[in-house]
Design a protein. Sequence first.
Length: 227
Amino acid sequence: MNQDPAAPVSAPPPRSEPEAATSEHGLRERKKERTRTLLREGAAALFAEHGFAGTTVADIAACANVSERTFFRYFDSKEALLLPDSVYLFAHVEAELARRPSHEDPLDAVCNALISAVAPFAASSLTALTHSVAIAGDERVVAAQLVQLFAEFENRLTLIVLNRLPADTPQADLRAGVIAGAALSAVRAVLRTQRRRRANGTLTDTPPSALLLEAFGMLKQIGSAAP
């Protein structure tokens, strides 16, 4: 039966207090995450353009259109933004490694997982700090964090590789450590090479993924040439 157009339209039933509270909480969390993302993205861009020393907390806050007081609600200091995407990047590599075929050679699996992280790495603060000529004077500030970061991830990667190795692998723990360490050493070599080439004006348009593939190829050649 058609409703009388003149009849009053009934309002939707009011949300219960738990539903309203949940909705408001979800909205607040989304706003917080958006602000955090803006601060991280702004810091990455500013670090790349001006270097770490040349970027202030005020600059980062202004880039995200928030106050300095708001900045400190999300991060303890400017230093906390040096490597803000590391957790995500390493989780990405670990998840990708878990998806690799179980029969794949362990070194190939690690290399392919690391290559998959090139795109997200390129958008992170870490790549801005590692590639930018503007941060050369800040190397000591960054170095200790980079060393600690890679050491922790290397330990985690070693355990994942160890779990992929057949149960009867001789000295499996040592082999897993060598595979993880060698793969990450190749990554570090690519980053250092790009930075050095940028500094002396010889950096080409070769994408990082291609350089990484080359580095991993060299790593395998070295391994196959060993007695």
